[in-house]
Design a protein around this ligand. Sequence first.
Ligand code: PLP
Length: 372
Amino acid sequence: MQPTVKPKNPNFSSGPCSKRPGYNVATLQIDTLGRSHRSALGKKALGLACSETARILGLPEGYRVAVVPASDTGAVEMAMWSLLGARGVDVLAWESFGSGWVADIVKQLKLPNVNKIEAGYGEIADLARVDFNNDVVFTWNGTTSGVKVPNGDWIAADRAGLTICDATSAVFAMALPWDKLDVVTYSWQKVLGGEGAHGMLILSPRAVARLESYSPPWPMPKIFRMTSGGKLTEGLFKGETINTPSMLCVADYLDALAWVDSIGGVPATMARSEANLKVIADFVAANDWISFLAKDPATRSNTSVCLTLDVSAEQVKQLVKLLDTHAVAHDIGAYKDAPAGIRIWCGATVQTEDLQALLPWLSWAYNEVKKA
Ligand SMILES: Cc1ncc(COP(=O)(O)O)c(C=O)c1O
């Protein structure tokens, strides 16, 4: 039987992700619009984007936060192009985005001493193989396979190299061991349901020391530059962005941060995401036609939850279309390079009751495509 109750919010995309509960664009603080981003007003908003991020995430003393161009990709590229080359590099990949960073390091930066530690979709790379004398580049949560690192226990506290972590689908939803992470990047469009186009770059004091002591041999485009005359451009970490940001997106981000604060901070956003994963996990346990792509439960993502079904890729496509047409779930097809399946975002902005309302529809759609 076709279910009758639909999710109130059918947005389960893995990026841009659903807006927060109660979001209303009309309530954004938009006094910065139409003004210079370098005005006192503009700088204050951008400065707050940095300082509130540090406060709400509980970053250790001395960690710096910048708003940078080009979303998470921009932040990762900026870090890699500015920091790599001083040591060998260990780069880990187990899905599409991690593989993209491998390709950049090997084919674009053409670094000579690179250890690639890779695994296929559903698996995690062998974390025991990582050499922390090298710089280590990895993704905390592989958004396209729904496989995350289980924790930070494998990261050496006394490492000689830097850890550079693309945590775009993890920050605000997973516990990050900040003292073990020298560079962390993310985008507003993921767990906070913010907008794309701007990236967040978090640097440890060790990363700053590298920036001030090492100049890569390659040219550095203006939008990647974080130092001037061998010193860190401190203003960048106080809201003096390299180029012009969207102040509307900044207002939207500040709104999202205020929401996080209002519900109890990062423990609350993590708990919301975990509760969402549990709804799916219970459903998977009760239905033998659907499985997690992540093989090891400890590595199952609580944000980008990737699932496989015991039907053909074509039938999966039909199911995704059916749910979209009924306005029950939008954008839940697996990533283009990932195995056929569905991906349901379970980050903090998704309401648990919407997921609960979705699941009977999933069973219904599965039966529909099987019948046909
Ligand atoms: C792990 C990971 N890295 C990088 C990106 C690229 O992010 P953006 O489009 O915000 O640059 C994504 C987007 O989904 C991602 O999931």
